[in-house]
Design a protein around this ligand. Structure first.
Ligand code: NAD
Length: 316
C-alpha cells in the first residue's frame, strides 16, 4: 500500500487538458510532481475551430502553482497530431510514462437524425484519437518496459439514445483498451478506463471554464477535481489493475464491468428455438456470473462443458 502517491520524475501527456476534466487531471498530476504535456486543440464542444491559448492557459496555471508543464495544440484525431504530441513529451521532458486520453467532442443527435458524418466525427476524436496517441506512445513505453494509459469512456455506454454516435465511440474505446491491455502486459504497460461525471461545458455547465456559464462559482459536488484522483491512481506505478473501467464523479468511485452469466447448456446435439424459450430464465440468470479478463478466459469458461481436447490424430 502506497502512503503518498508521488509522480516525481514521471512524464505525463493529458489530451484535451485545456478545459474541464482533462484540466483537473493535468493539474493534479503536476501538483504531485509529474512533468505534464497539456494537449488541447482548443475547439468548440462540437469539435470546430482551434485555439492554442486554451492549452497554454493551463500550462500557465500549473507553472504559477510551481509545477512543470508544456503546451501542445495538436489534433489527436490525426496520426500526425498524435505523433507531434508524443514527440513534444520526448523533446521537452526526455521520456513518457503516462498517457491520459481525455479529449472529446459531442454533437447531440438521436436516431435516425445522427448521420454517418456525426458518427465519423465522434469515432475520429474519441476512438481513433485514443488509438493514435496510444500507438505513438507505445514504442517509448515498450522500450522502457513501463507505461500507464488511462482512457476515457462514458456511462453513455449503458444507452444514450439522444447521442448514440457518442456512446458508440465511447464503447469502442473499451474494446481498444481491453486489447491493448493484453498487448501491454509483457511490456509493463497497464491500460485502464474511467467513466467520469462532472459539470463541464460538455455536461451543460462548468464551475471552472472561463467560457462556461458557471464560471466563478464555488467548486460544486460535480467538480472535475472529484474525478481526477481516480485517474492519478490508475496512472501511478502502484496501479494494481489493467483493462478495468472505473466510474468517478460527485465523490463516488465504482467499478463497471462486462460479465457473463453461466447460462444454459443444452444436453442434446441440436437445441431448438423452443429450447431457448424454455430456458430463457436460466440464460439470463445473473447468479454465479463471471467477469472474464480477456477472450481466452471467456472461452475457457464458456466452453468448460466440452470434453477436453484430445492429443490429436496419432502420427502415422
Ligand atoms: P470539455 O469539452 O470541457 O473538454 C474536452 C476537451 O477536449 C476540450 O478542451 C477540447 O478542446 C478538447 N478536444 C476536443 N477534440 C480534440 C482533439 N481532436 N484534439 C485535442 N483536443 C481535443 O469536456 P469534458 O466534460 O471535460 O470531457 C472530457 C472527457 O470526458 C471527454 O472524453 C468526454 O467525452 C468525457 N466524459 C465527460 C463526462 C462529463 O460528465 N463531463 C461524462 C462522460 C464522459
Amino acid at each position: 500500500m502506497v502512503s503518498t502517491y508521488s509522480f516525481d520524475g514521471r512524464v505525463a501527456v493529458v489530451t484535451g487538458a485545456g478545459r474541464g476534466i482533462g484540466r483537473a487531471h493535468a493539474r493534479l498530476l503536476a501538483d504531485r510532481g509529474a512533468s505534464v504535456v497539456v494537449n488541447d486543440l482548443g475547439g468548440s464542444m462540437e469539435g470546430l475551430g482551434a485555439d492554442a491559448d486554451v492549452a497554454s492557459a493551463v500550462v500557465a496555471e500549473i507553472a504559477a502553482a510551481g509545477g512543470t508543464a508544456a503546451a501542445n495544440g495538436s489534433d489527436v484525431a490525426t496520426p500526425e497530431g498524435a505523433q507531434a504530441l508524443i514527440d513534444t513529451a520526448i523533446e521537452q521532458f526526455g521520456r513518457l510514462d503516462i498517457l491520459v486520453n481525455n479529449a472529446g467532442i459531442i454533437r447531440w443527435a438521436g436516431f435516425p437524425e445522427a448521420d454517418s458524418d456525426n458518427l465519423a466525427r465522434h469515432l475520429a476524436v474519441h476512438t481513433v484519437g485514443s488509438f493514435n496517441t496510444a500507438r505513438a506512445a507505445w514504442p517509448h513505453m515498450a522500450e522502457q518496459g513501463y507505461g500507464r494509459i488511462v482512457m476515457t469512456t462514458s456511462s453513455g455506454i449503458f444507452g444514450l439514445p439522444k447521442n448514440l454516435s457518442y456512446a458508440t465511440a465511447k464503447a469502442a474505446v473499451i474494446g481498444l483498451t481491453r486489447s491493448l491491455t493484453t498487448a501491454g502486459a509483457a511490456h509493463g504497460i497497464k491500460v485502464n478506463l474511467i467513466a467520469p461525471a462532472a459539470f463541464t461545458r460538455m455536461a451543460g455547465q462548468s464551475t471552472t471554464d472561463a467560457d462556461s456559464p458557471g464560471h466563478g462559482a464555488e467548486p460544486s459536488p460535480m467538480s472535475s477535481d472529484l474525478v481526477a484522483p481516480m485517474v492519478a491512481f490508475l496512472a501511478h506505478e502502484a496501479c494494481p489493475v489493467s483493462g478495468e473501467i472505473y466510474a468517478a464523479g460527485a465523490g463516488r468511485f465504482s467499478r463497471i464491468f462486462i460479465a457473463s452469466t453461466p447460462g444454459y447448456v443444452h444436453p442434446g446435439p441440436r437445441p431448438t428455438v423452443e429450447d431457448i424459450a424454455l430456458h430463457w430464465d436460466a440464460i439470463n440468470d445473473e447468479t454465479g456470473y463471471s467477469v472474464p479478463a480477456d477472450l481466452m478466459a471467456w472461452s475457457a469458461s464458456f466452453m468448460e462443458h466440452l470434453p477436453p481436447a484430445g492429443p490429436g490424430p496419432a502420427a502415422s
